[in-house]
Write a protein that binds this ligand. Sequence first.
Ligand code: NAP
Length: 302
Amino acid sequence: MNEHFDIVIVGGGPAGLTAAIYARRAGKSVLVLEKEAFGGQIASSPRVDNFPGCYGVSGAELAERLFSQAEALGARVELEEVLSIRTGAPHSVTTDYGAYTASALVLATGMKHRTLGLPGEETLGGVSYCAVCDGAFFTGKDVAVAGGGNTALQDALFLSDLCRHVTVVHRRDAFRGDPILAEALAKRANVTLRMNTVITALRGETALTGLALRDTATGAESELAVDGLFQAVGQQPQTALAAALGLTGADGFLPAGEDCRTAAPGVFVAGDCRAKAVRQLTTACADGAVAALAACAWCEGR
Ligand code: NAP
């Protein structure tokens, strides 16, 4: 007989851990399953200045605090990878270690930023995926933004208020992002747009010092000295489990309204893997609270 929980939460990032905190405070038995490290993407952020009440905390410390809070409130937390889910009454969850059943599920599997796949991008200091999170560290410095979508354009605008110079490197001759953003960017004196250009290598020993570039139209190679690179080349939701249940949309995210209910009865979604406009630490936590309370109501037949 598999161990049963009122609520099994898949994913131990801010959304999942917040869901655990709320569900435990509502008196439910809770299991959080995380495949890698608790804290999700925020755990790798050097400093978090935009989480209310936690100014200047490191991402790792914030992740530890969330984890400790969930555990102190009585949530069971396990480092196990969920391999499959079968929905029903109860739902069944199989991991690489065991199997569980749950009255309600919260899917908080987050997402990963797409990367350029260049050697050094995981290890060099100065490579970031979040201008809002890390931009302040580059105040007065020279940075580049890779990408041509709305995220890249918004990031470049945001960074141009902080940095000495911002170079946008985009692989095509036209932006995918909104023209109004591209027009605003073109007016900034400290912004250079390098269209038809790809980044072929990152320079630097321990911290980024520059980029090797290639013009795709002319083939010309060049070097660009920068202190930071913001990769904004799209995002990939981690929703293979939900996709197997037929719960994802064409873009791979889980469609659900502000009530965090998915199309499957008793299955809720929280955080960055939910289809929504704003993906921030605060909105992930907000989703966690909403999804947990909806899951609690589901357990009580409400
Ligand atoms: P996106 O729209 O998918 O744009 C990704 C950009 O990265 C594209 O310009 C793409 O180039 C480029 N790219 C992808 N892979 C690349 C590679 N290997 N090498 C170089 N460049 C690469 O992603 P996003 O900007 O993160 O936006 C995601 C969604 O959120 C979009 O629907 C966007 O409109 C939305 N969003 C909305 C707002 C808003 O305020 N409304 C703000 C941010 C994001 P190509 O264009 O050549 O494919």
